[in-house]
Design a protein around this ligand. Structure first.
Ligand code: PGA
Length: 252
């Protein structure tokens, strides 16, 4: 059997109790027929109890968008993996490019966050991706390799077994510019090959999601590529019909 696909919504700092409820109710009902694929929503922290209660007993899982690398202590404003695990959190995005670029998270910190998540049985969704400048200067692969190797160096390649990777070219996030299916496939293959150099089984099993302006209109082509195992969806995850169509694109 091949890899099970995943469609994960990243709500970022959007939502309200009313909007979330309306969105989650239709997503749960309209994606009920999904088979061999997972649907996840990564919500802002205050909405976790709401997501937990609306999604319990459903096929839709929920996760966090960030996690502290620390377990507890004097870290004002931070939220630990232990706290999230108390609520039954299943996934946490780590190293999203907005965290890297706007909040100064480097590769080492991202690797520590990855570790903290796994220590609490939370599946990290590790984001990798290059900026436009890096792509244009031919450094994309080197940048992505550095982001990936930071985790492998800290935890060993086997740690990737209980994780998901998301390739998100920074130039495609929220810009409406999607990588072409072939451009994305090339990078996904690069990532898988790099893991395979150390462990082929881990490379075969790991789900690599594409993120960056995925919409209902381009999801089918992207997800059809051999090394693209689903999507990490920002803007379109807030629009019920869009998100549902992207989830259903895994069923082709
Ligand atoms: P986008 O965001 O789908 O709005 O481009 C993707 C992401 O940042 O995860």
């Amino acid at each position: 059997m091949g890899r099970t696909k995943i469609v994960a919504g990243n709500w970022k700092m959007h939502g309200s109790l009313d909007q979330n409820q309306a969105l989650l109710e239709v997503v749960v009902s309209e994606t009920r027929s999904m088979q061999n694929a997972s649907c996840v929503v990564c919500v802002p922290y205050p909405y976790i109890p709401q997501a937990k209660s609306l999604l319990q007993d459903s096929h839709v899982a929920w996760g966090a968008q960030n996690i502290s690398q620390h377990h507890q202590g004097a870290y004002t404003g931070e939220v630990s993996a232990e706290m999230l695990a108390e609520f039954g959190c299943q996934y946490a995005i780590v190293g999203h490019s907005e965290r890297r670029l706007l909040f100064g998270e480097g590769n080492k910190v991202v690797a520590e966050k990855f570790k903290a998540a796994q220590q609490c049985s939370i599946i990290p969704i590790l984001c990798l991706g290059e900026t436009l400048e890096q792509r244009e200067s031919g450094e994309a692969e080197q940048v992505i390799a550095g982001q990936l190797d930071a985790v492998i160096d800290l935890l060993g390649v086997e740690a990737l077994e209980r994780s998901v990777i998301a390739y998100e070219p920074v130039w495609a996030i929220g810009t409406g510019k999607t990588a072409t299916p072939q451009q994305a496939q090339d990078v996904h293959k690069f990532i898988r090959n790099r893991i395979a150099m150390q462990n082929e089984r881990v490379a075969d099993d790991i789900r690599i999601l594409y993120g960056g302006s995925v919409k209902a209109s381009n999801a089918v082509e992207l997800i059809a590529m051999p090394d693209i195992d689903g999507g990490l969806i920002g803007g379109a995850s807030l629009v019920a019909e869009e998100f549902i169509s992207i989830c259903m694109a895994t069923q082709n």
